[in-house]
Every structure is written in structure tokens, then in C-alpha cells.
Design a protein around this ligand. Structure first.
Ligand code: SAH
Length: 368
């Protein structure tokens, strides 16, 4: 057990208080914040602008890093998946996705996940534990340092998506705290406008998010157009059924800025939820609630032992044209990092052996 306090989840005001308890002036707090979040240093020893005595004291009572990278997998498309562990040995996965003009980092909010969506591999882990704000922020620090070098400014803008393992809205307070730390201009400076959080539909937190002035963008995982089918595929629907969920979305919609849309994600499972009728039901559902939304169609990322296959490309196109004919905008999401088990719904702490068996081409690099 690590009893030392992890400073990566502290925002500047908390660090000011923390250094005050050590009898240090407030500017030391700002120095530590910049060292952790802007220079992305992961040990106090590297913070040579702090007096040696203070560094030693910090080493005794605090940590600048709590996650350890166990393995790193690099996809043929450049996507990197980091399998990390917490100080108490729970798996944490983070995915770095390079695109032409921006990078996206997909972070986890929990180790494992308590929801039991039948198409998602993470569900098979169950909930191991929720992550702290520090553990959430540190995932981004580790990914950026790995790709660009310690403290090096990323050449592109960085977007975050809370679509890794876990249900972010079942870890709401730590999530919001982490987002505020990461948004600080003296630190990572990743503002809410660059962040999208995906939820399976925790209605009270959707409503709470709507009240926050510094909220990120929202995505809702739909997965099925009827309660009957959604109950089967995403059991959370029994607690918050579609009408309640979409009414909450309607409330949330009031807070959208000009041009902002929120996103529905629809995982496409071959022969399960991808028929013409499903497309019509989905369009009717969204139209009935008069939602200004777009739909991301995500062909299922297959993962043994999940009993699904992705819908064939022609089916996806046909589904999309039905949505289109009913005025619902949709996009087909290109899967990234499937070969290294980094794509949506594939995060389940797969270790080296599984991954090597599943792809001959991905490069496996042990970091430590
Ligand atoms: N718990 C949150 C965030 C994690 S899932 C949520 O449910 O939104 C992120 C997205 O991946 C969700 O939209 C989910 O529907 C989708 N997903 C899960 N498993 C998948 C799979 N095997 N293939 C494709 N998408 C999947």
C-alpha cells in the first residue's frame, strides 16, 4: 500500500494549501503544479527548481506518480495502447490515437466496469475500482510523455475522450476534478471544449453535467433503439429507460452552444441491431424527442469471447441511408487500433500473450 498523497490530482489551490502545511510559501505550490502538469515531471527529484530539503520532504510524504506502465502496444495505424497498473495493482488502460491534425487520448475512468453491456469486453472484468482524479490525469501525462518526450509540447492539439474502461458518470466527482486540473492554463491546458465524455446513460449525472459552466461535450451510448432490446444489450436501461434518458438529453440540449451537437454512439452488431427496421426505430426515437444530435455508428470490434460480429460495410451504409432519409445525421467511425485490442470495447487488460497471438504485425515494446 502506498500511503503517500498523490499530488497529480491536486489543482493549484489545493497545492497552495498543501505546501502551507509544510510551512512553505504559496509560490512553491505553483511551482509544483507547473512541474507536474506543464513540465509533466513524474518525480520530485527532477524538480531541481525546488530546494533539496523540500524535494526530500516531498519524497517522504507525497508522490508525483502512482501508475506504472506494464506494457505498451503500437498498432500498425500508429495507435498506442498503454496497459498500466495502479499502486494497488489494478489495471488501467489508455489509448493514444494520432490523426492528421490532432491527437486523441482515450482515458479510463474506472479499473474494469460495473455495467454489463453484453458487447463490451471491459464488462467481463466487473468493477475493480474507480480511479482517482490523479490517476485519471496521470494517464494523459504518461501518454504524452511517451509519444513526444517528457514535457515536450504536443505538435497538434490534443483532444480527450472518456471512452476507455469504466462508466465515467459512476465516478463523477473524481472525473470532474481531473478535468478541472487538466484544463488549467498553467498545466496541461486541455480545455473542456476539447473533451468528450461518453456515458451509457446515468441520467442524474447527465442532468448534473448540464448545470456545470465548464462542462465537456457529451456522448451517449445507445446501442439499441427500443427498451426491449436495450434492456438485453445494456442492462443499465432497466434503471434508466430510453424515454427518461432522452428526456435528460433534451434538458442537456438546452445548454448546447451554437454549432455544438451531442453525439449518440450506436455499436453495430451483425444481425442483432442493424436491420432496416432498427434504423427506422432509431431515427423515429431521436425525431420524437426532437434532438439536435448526430449518431456515430461504430461497427462492433470483435473480441473473443463476445458472441458478436461487426455489421458488414453494405449494411452500415444502408442503415446510414435510412437515418439520412429521416433527417438524422450520422457518421461511421473507423476502428482504430483493433490489432492491439485498443478499439472501443476491447479494453480488458489484455496482456502480452493474448495480444501477440492476435496479431503478428503489432509491435510490442516493454517500457520498463
Ligand atoms: N461506459 C461508457 C464509456 C465506455 S464505452 C459508455 O458506455 O459510453 C465507449 C463506447 O464504446 C460506447 O459507446 C460503447 O457502446 C462502445 N463499445 C463498447 N464495446 C464495443 C465493441 N466491442 N465494439 C465497438 N464499440 C463498443
Amino acid at each position: 500500500m502506498n500511503e503517500r498523497v498523490n499530488l497529480t490530482g491536486f489543482h493549484p489551490a489545493e497545492l497552495a494549501q498543501f505546501v502551507a502545511t509544510l510551512g512553505e510559501p504559496a509560490y512553491r505550490g505553483r511551482q509544483i503544479f507547473a512541474a507536474l502538469q506543464h513540465r509533466r515531471l513524474q518525480s520530485f527529484g527532477q524538480m531541481t527548481d525546488l530546494p533539496k530539503g523540500l524535494r526530500e520532504r516531498l519524497n517522504q510524504i507525497a508522490t508525483a506518480s502512482t501508475l506504472t506502465v506494464e506494457s505498451r502496444y503500437i498498432s500498425e495505424d500508429g495507435t498506442r495502447r498503454f496497459l498500466m497498473k495502479t499502486h494497488d495493482n489494478f489495471p488501467v488502460e489508455t489509448v493514444f490515437i494520432p490523426e492528421e491534425h490532432r491527437d486523441t487520448i482515450c482515458f479510463s475512468s474506472q479499473s474494469g466496469c460495473p455495467l454489463q453491456c453484453t458487447f463490451c469486453l471491459t464488462a467481463q472484468l466487473g468493477l475493480l475500482r474507480s480511479l482517482t482524479a490523479g490517476e485519471i490525469a496521470e494517464q494523459i501525462i504518461i501518454a504524452l510523455n511517451d509519444v513526444y518526450g517528457v514535457g515536450v509540447k504536443p505538435p497538434h492539439c490534443v483532444n480527450l475522450v472518456g471512452m476507455g474502461a469504466g462508466e465515467p458518470f459512476l465516478n463523477f466527482d473524481e472525473l470532474i476534478k481531473a478535468l478541472r486540473v487538466m484544463a488549467d492554463p498553467q498545466g496541461l491546458f486541455i480545455v473542456p471544449n476539447r473533451v468528450t465524455i461518453s456515458t451509457a446513460g446515468v441520467v442524474p449525472r447527465i442532468l448534473e453535467l448540464a448545470t456545470l459552466p465548464d462542462r465537456p461535450h457529451l456522448a451517449i451510448s445507445l446501442g439499441a433503439p427500443t427498451n426491449e432490446q436495450r434492456n438485453e444489450l445494456m442492462p443499465i436501461n432497466k434503471k434508466w429507460p430510453l424515454d427518461e434518458l432522452l428526456s435528460a438529453c433534451k434538458e442537456f440540449e438546452k445548454t448546447l452552444q451554437a454549432g455544438e451537437r451531442f453525439t449518440f454512439e450506436y455499436v453495430m452488431l451483425d444481425g442483432v441491431n442493424d436491420s432496416d427496421q432498427h434504423a427506422r426505430q432509431l431515427a423515429n426515437l431521436l425525431n420524437r424527442h426532437e434532438l439536435r444530435a448526430k449518431v456515430n455508428l461504430i461497427p462492433h470490434n470483435p473480441a473473443d469471447p463476445l458472441p458478436y460480429q461487426p455489421s458488414p460495410a453494405e449494411r452500415v451504409t444502408q442503415f446510414q441511408s435510412i437515418l439520412d432519409s429521416k433527417g438524422v445525421r450520422s457518421f461511421v467511425r473507423r476502428p482504430r487500433g483493433r490489432d492491439i485490442f485498443a478499439a472501443c470495447g476491447q479494453l480488458a487488460a489484455r496482456g502480452a500473450i493474448n495480444s501477440i497471438q492476435n496479431t503478428a504485425r503489432s509491435v510490442l515494446a516493454h517500457v520498463n
